[in-house]
Design a protein around this ligand. Structure first.
Ligand SMILES: N[C@@H](CCC(=O)N[C@@H](CS)C(=O)NCC(=O)O)C(=O)O
Length: 222
């Protein structure tokens, strides 16, 4: 029995990174959503996830948690699906920029929580936020310049690196963050990808909302 458990498509950026790649490889798994920030959420997650977090891949008797670990699992089990770029230098760069996203950009994450279907005012562009934004713009433009010749994505064809940055692309759109023309062209390609179009539709259809207030996050039914 294979199950892929994620949080809300609209809000759970870690979930959609791994889910995009699960769908990219055609993973045959039952997709389930545990909506975040309801009173029962932690208990529901504790019953299945050692970290009480999503995403989570249950693969027969193996449980894999953490978005990057799931992506690596998919890369191992679907070697013909080009989860990472095929060429070694490109693959190394793809892993480096994905690890950088996974462990960094706390200011951007805090100031601009993912909310795919909504549009919000641009937050105050503090030096820390400007620095995160500039670094991301540089990652997109430099990677495309060095490796993107064969197509519109970071390494030409769609890869895990694009899935890792997809929630950042939607944040740039949601909060209308400043970006270069080349970053905009990359964003347009990501947002037009069929897997992203499907996620956009799913995010719009979800019945759950989350409000970010001074007392933390609160879930509600739309
Ligand atoms: N490093 C983890 C982060 C996972 C994470 O923080 N997931 C959030 C949702 S995006 C979560 O499950 N939160 C649990 C909760 O809010 O109760 C990964 O990459 O998968």
């Amino acid at each position: 029995m294979r199950r892929f458990i994620s949080g809300n498509i609209n809000y759970s950026s870690w979930s959609i990174r791994a889910l995009l790649m699960a769908r990219h490889v055609g993973l045959d798994a039952k997709e389930e959503i545990v909506p975040l920030d309801f009173p029962e959420t932690t208990e529901r997650l504790a019953a299945i996830s050692p970290t009480r977090k999503v995403p989570l891949l249950i693969w027969d008797d193996e449980t894999v948690w953490d978005s990057l670990a799931i992506i690596e699992w998919l890369a191992e089990h679907f070697p013909d699906k080009d989860v990472w770029p095929a060429e070694a230098k490109a693959r190394a760069r793809a892993r480096a920029i994905s690890a950088e996203m996974h462990s960094g950009f706390p200011t951007l994450r805090k100031a601009c929580p993912m909310d795919i279907r909504s549009r919000h005012a641009t937050p105050e562009l503090t030096e820390a936020l400007k620095s995160d934004i500039a670094r991301i713009d540089r990652i997109w433009t430099e990677t495309r310049e060095a490796f993107g010749e064969g197509g519109p994505f970071l390494f030409g064809d769609w890869s895990a690196a694009d899935a890792v940055y997809a929630p950042v692309v939607t944040r740039f759109r949601t909060y209308d963050l400043p970006r270069s023309d080349r970053a905009q062209a990359y964003m347009d390609a990501v947002l037009a990808h069929p897997l992203m179009q499907t996620m956009q539709e799913e995010a719009e259809a979800e019945p759950w909302g989350i409000t970010y207030g001074p007392d933390g996050r609160k879930a509600w039914m739309r």
